[in-house]
Design a protein around this ligand. Sequence first.
Ligand code: GDD
Ligand code: MN
Length: 385
Amino acid sequence: MQRSWTEADDSSATLLRVLSLILPTFNEAQNLPELLPKVQQALGSVPYEIIIVDDDSPDRTWEVAREMGKADPGIRVIRRVGRWGLSSAVIEGFLTATGDMFVVMDADGQHDPSIVTKLMQALEEGAGIAIGSRYVEGGGVVGEWDERRAMLSRIATRLAIRLCRVKVKDPMSGFFAIRRDVFEDALPRLNPKGFKILLDLLIHIRPHTRVWEIPFTFGVRAHGESKLSRRVQIEFIEYLYEAVLGRFLPLTFVQYCIVGAMGVAVHLAAYALMGWMLTGDLTPTPAQDSRAFLLAMLGGIEAAIVFNFILNNAWTFARARLRGWRAILGFLRFNAACAFGALASYSVTLFLFALGFGFVSVFVGALVGVIWNYTMNRVFTWRDR
Ligand code: GDD
Ligand code: MN
């Protein structure tokens, strides 16, 4: 057993008895019936509860799980509707758990159930967190990891390690045990976004927490496919940003500005296109043809507004995404906010010019416009539900 501290310390060894095993699932209906008997066998006489947290899987994993729960009162199922994400599923499992120690494990057969008791033993001997680790001696990965995923995983792991309060080799593992008190202490600080619940815990625990790594071999998925999609990878980058800089500049504001910058390009393109259609010239000026210029400008502005709305709705404010008629209403609100934002920007620029500030006035005006738009749209268009 690999330990991250050296001195013997028996005083903190407590007897923790009841295990809460959390199995997050999404489309694992085929895997669950194969896994559960193995888990039960590996646990032997350990008092346990198994909490399956399923995100309303289309393959009805929750139903399969409930069926198995009929034969074993130690199995509980949460079918989450309208909530999703691996990290938040695990936290929801922790929140309803009754045990003193929690273990999290994939439900697809990639995590060896016989490691669970080793993780528990580490907690009993004084660790706050015990990790099933691929990267300590004796651990590893078998099977079909393609070169791309292996490389991404290495880079991500290196970045992640820098952020952890306690240094470990495998902060991205999905297989770990944590004591209830350690979890509850970190809980108010957690950011349950995406896949990396263990990393989130390692970033938010107290620095003196003892973390041990137990080697294990990450196996091959039995049935179905991985849910670690491109979207999850983007969420990971967003997560890192929030962990490092989120306090100073909210992620949604940065996203809003990125969208806005792309919107400027759309604005210019639409202006040029309309100018070309109306006058045959890509860059109409008011002196040439004031009507065509005005139309091209308005076209550019509205094209940018439509573009920004769609992208902000899909990405920046994905958590409060508007659909159906709400999206139409939201689009109107967005237009109104942007019109007021333009007015605010214009007035500030005029005012500063009048005070003699020169070109800086335009810059400050633009900044005021962006912050105004962002704030108004946050409050009125994409309200956090
Ligand atoms: N409830 C819920 N909601 N469960 C989910 C979700 C979700 O959005 N996404 C995935 N799961 C479940 C899966 O059903 C599976 O039981 C487990 O979480 C892990 O998901 P996989 O899709 O099998 O992930 P993976 O094998 O690619 O990644 C594993 O290894 C990584 C290290 O390389 C996971 O253990 C990761 O956490 C780990 O970082
Ligand atoms: Mn897996």
